[in-house]
Design a protein around this ligand. Structure first.
Ligand code: GTP
Ligand code: MG
Length: 436
């Protein structure tokens, strides 16, 4: 059961959900989409009173659903005491206006709803700024509707909305606010980059996946921490980074915001800096809720979103979670379909050692042998090496320490260059001291 939010609200808004099927979308699919929309509505604090599905190839450009259906909708609104109509697709400003006019009810589309949830969830300054930016960008083209709304609230029946000048003024104000927010985000971005510099050399893995897949739970179990994990959509909005100690490697593991179908594009845009954790990761751990009704589609949505973020070519592990709640026959079937995938239960701690082994294998693919001779005068380099490499042997000789082991290819190159400089200096020093 999905927990309800905003319980302080005296009366829950009564929502009617509307979707269409036909064309590429089968009825069962549309039903599932609308169930997801119900979850979203509940997360936002609304109570779903009824759902309406219409069979039509394409949305009506004027009102999304057909004229006749719209009249039916109006009757339902009155009969059931509906406060808000929520559409499963994004509506154009014209569609919103027409439906509002015909039904005399508040109209929200999927993006508007998702943005509303993000807004109520955002806690940190970065998340708040990102959400506000996305909301304003969403609002800008829809401005007329909000003003029509406002004038109606003032009581003017059939008023045409404010004059163009008022809307223009408002557009300018929003435009200015957007600029301020963008600047603020850039500043936050610079701070994050500085913070990140220190951990550049460690292997980084990011948990990604559909919302509610169990990313945060997996993060908690693997790193023995306590980030918020709950049965609601978008529990996580900010990335959290924790150290994960494996047998021979240390990894920085980050937990990130979940994805969903039809995630508003400007939301992805404005969350790009939060999603930097994903873009900069060496390994992506794609967590999938194995008990979800349409696993394949969830995987596809996540892959598409990852593509949008420009993360192709990264190493990826597909991890099916919640296998404790999966009927055994489904588990066997999935193992056949995805022989490469891992099957775990984050909550029960099943399959985690195999998961850790696989992560180590992936890291090791890029690991190569090294042997470095480091002057004791630069022992700092040796301790740094202990942090970033797997040290297998260490011996002391005269004024040098000889260290052997395996290291990431990119780090070996860096250290070689560093040592070249250091050895250059010490050779010079020794030449000078021997009087040559
Ligand atoms: N049965 C079962 N439930 C699990 C398992 N792992 C997580 N869950 C439940 O799934 C729900 C979502 O878990 P989270 O870890 O918050 O999911 P998330 O992917 O971080 O979700 P968002 O942050 O909202 O994107 C919670 O109610 C968890 O208790 C598991 O292994 N088995
Ligand atoms: Mg989470």
């Amino acid at each position: 059961m999905l927990e309800e939010t905003r319980t302080n609200q005296l009366e829950k808004e009564r929502a009617l959900l509307i979707g269409i099927y036909g064309g590429d979308t089968l009825r069962e699919q549309a039903e599932e989409y609308i169930d997801e929309l119900e979850m979203l509505a509940l997360t936002a604090g609304a109570q779903t009173v009824d759902k309406v599905l219409q069979n039509r190839m394409h949305p009506d450009p004027a009102s999304y659903i057909g004229k006749g259906k719209l009249r039916e909708l109006k009757m339902l609104v009155d009969e059931l005491g509906i406060d808000v109509l929520i559409f499963d697709d994004d509506l154009s400003p014209t569609q919103i206006r027409n439906v509002e006019k015909e039904t005399q009810s508040k109209v929200l589309d999927r993006s508007g709803l998702i943005l509303d949830i993000f807004a109520s969830r955002a806690k940190t300054s970065a998340a708040k700024t990102q959400v506000e930016l996305a909301q304003l960008q969403y609002l800008l083209p829809r401005l007329t509707r909000f003003w029509t709304h406002l004038s109606r609230q003032k009581g003017g029946i059939g008023t045409k909305g404010p004059g163009e000048t008022q809307i223009e003024t408002d557009r300018r104000l929003i435009g200015r606010r957007i600029a301020v927010l963008k600047e603020k985000l850039e500043k936050l971005d610079r701070q994050r980059t500085t913070q990140r510099k220190g951990r550049k050399e460690m292997t980084r893995a990011a948990l990604v996946g559909y919302t509610n897949a169990g990313k945060s739970t997996l993060m908690n179990t693997l790193t023995e921490t306590e980030v918020l994990a709950e049965n609601r959509l978008f529990a996580t909005l900010d990335s959290t980074v924790r150290r994960l100690e494996l047998d021979s490697h240390n990894v920085l593991l980050s937990d990130t915001v979940g994805f969903i179908r039809k995630l508003p594009h400007n939301l992805i845009e404005s969350f790009k800096s939060t999603l930097d954790e994903v873009r900069e990761a060496d390994i992506l751990l794609h967590v999938v809720d194995a008990t979800a009704p349409s696993v394949e589609e969830y995987i596809e949505v996540v892959d598409q979103t990852l593509k949008e973020l420009g993360t192709e070519g990264k190493k990826k592990l597909l991890i099916f979670n919640k296998i404790d709640a999966l009927p055994p026959e489904d588990l066997s079937r999935m193992k056949r379909v995805w022989p490469e995938a891992l099957f775990v239960s984050a909550e029960r701690g099943i399959g985690l050692s195999k998961l850790k082994d696989r992560v180590e294998e992936l890291i090791e693919e890029d690991y190569i042998d090294f042997e470095f001779k480091i002057p004791l005068t630069h022992y700092k380099i040796a301790s740094h090496l202990h942090d970033i490499a797997v040290v297998e042997d260490e011996s002391f000789e005269d004024d040098e320490v000889i260290i052997q082991g395996t290291i990431a290819r990119k780090d070996r190159k860096k250290l070689e260059e560093m040592l070249k400089r250091v050895n250059g200096i010490s050779t010079d020093e020794s030449r000078q001291s021997s009087g040559n």
